[in-house]
Design a protein around this ligand. Structure first.
Ligand code: GDP
Ligand code: MG
Length: 148
């Protein structure tokens, strides 16, 4: 079953959005496979966002991610990478109608509350980076009520 890496960024934690965000993924039917509150250091944040290191906003992005604790999660389910990105909404909240997490709870692109892997391969890399200890092995008893 497909997995994705979801991170509630420091602004989402500070603003008390953790429960709301987790609830959206739970209610959709996805399964929580990993969860921790963690403050990462600069080298770790730079590694997570290595693909963006040439961007003019890279330093500000790294400062933002290390500015407080984040909630790192692994969610599992059919098509969870693509559907997770739909639940989150586009990168710039200014372009979004309400209904997505960023559309409902964010205004600026540099304070957009949540991260989600953009492809199955990046999800695999991000889960390995953020959860070197591994993730939980369990299957929800709701499975037959969610999947045909
Ligand atoms: P995402 O996959 O939708 O999170 O977007 P990207 O991978 O392109 O960028 C990672 C993060 O960098 C975004 O979620 C934003 O927080 C930030 N970011 C992206 N583009 C910009 C920008 O033009 N300006 C600023 N300040 N931050 C940006
Ligand atoms: Mg991205």
């Amino acid at each position: 079953m497909e997995q994705t890496f979801i991170m509630i960024k420091p602004d989402g934690v500070q603003r008390g959005l953790v429960g709301e965000i987790i609830g959206r993924f739970e209610k959709k039917g996805f399964t929580l496979k990993g969860l921790k509150l963690i403050t990462v250091d600069r080298p770790f944040a730079e590694k997570h966002y290595a693909d963006l290191s040439a961007k003019p906003f890279f330093n500000g992005l790294v400062e933002y991610i290390i500015s407080g604790p984040v909630v790192a999660m692994v969610w599992e389910g059919k098509n969870v990478v693509t559907t997770g990105r739909k639940i989150i909404g586009a990168t710039n909240p200014a372009e979004l109608a309400p209904g997505t997490i960023r559309g409902d709870y964010a205004i600026d692109i540099g304070r957009n509350v949540i991260h989600g892997s953009d492809a199955v391969e990046s999800a695999r890399k991000e889960i390995a980076l953020w959860f070197p200890e591994g993730i939980a092995e369990w299957k929800s008893s709701l499975h037959p009520w969610i999947y045909e």
